[in-house]
Design a protein around this ligand. Structure first.
Ligand code: S3P
Length: 175
């Protein structure tokens, strides 16, 4: 029977994982390696709706999650993409439904210390509303606990002590 699944070459690669696990950096490299188009769901939302911190403060987190679902629907209708997703996007059942069947999903992982070091050092730490409180270290731990089961559904890629090029090569070799 005919199937509606895209051919392997046209399948998307979806990167999920907690903030600071390197989804965007690795995604860009992977897109170059695969000669695919790179898209970042946060960037798409920012282009259309403005800074994420402002969306959270002015319209609430629910509005942001709804924007993520709209983006998931759009991207799920395309092929040949490397998609770096916002840290919670693939924990949303609707987004998963839109994106999972279009390609392979990999979950980038790092230990909490490393995550904290990266998010505080990448200049976007304060722009991440979920970590903007008085104790980002505790927030990282509690969010990781909350999300462990959701992330655990996907194929894991460890990123601790590995340069992005190494992580990229690892993913490419699994495709
Ligand atoms: C979020 C992660 C962020 C961004 C938003 C919410 C989250 O993306 O989507 O601040 O809930 O984990 P990155 O994982 O790219 O930082």
């Amino acid at each position: 029977m005919a199937t509606s699944q895209p051919t392997p070459a046209a399948r998307n690669v979806v990167l999920t994982g907690f903030m600071g696990t390197g989804k965007t950096t690795v995604g860009r490299l992977l897109a170059t390696t695969l000669d695919a188009e790179f898209v970042d769901t946060d960037d798409i939302i920012v282009e259309r709706h403005g800074p994420i911190a402002e969306i959270f403060s002015d319209q609430g987190e629910g509005a942001f999650r709804s924007m993520e679902r709209d983006v998931a629907a759009e991207l799920g209708a395309q092929t040949g993409l490397v998609i770096s997703t916002g840290g919670r996007m693939m924990l949303d059942a609707t987004c998963v439904e839109m994106l999972e069947s279009t390609g392979r999903v990999f979950c980038l992982a790092a230990d909490p210390q490393e995550i904290l070091r990266r998010v505080m050092g990448d200049g976007e730490g304060p722009a991440r509303p979920l970590l903007a409180g008085p104790d980002p270290a505790e927030r990282v731990l509690s969010l990781l606990r909350e999300r462990a089961e959701g992330y655990g559904r996907f194929e894991q890629i460890a990123t601790d002590d590995r340069p992005p090029a190494d992580v990229c090569e690892d993913i490419a070799s699994r495709l």
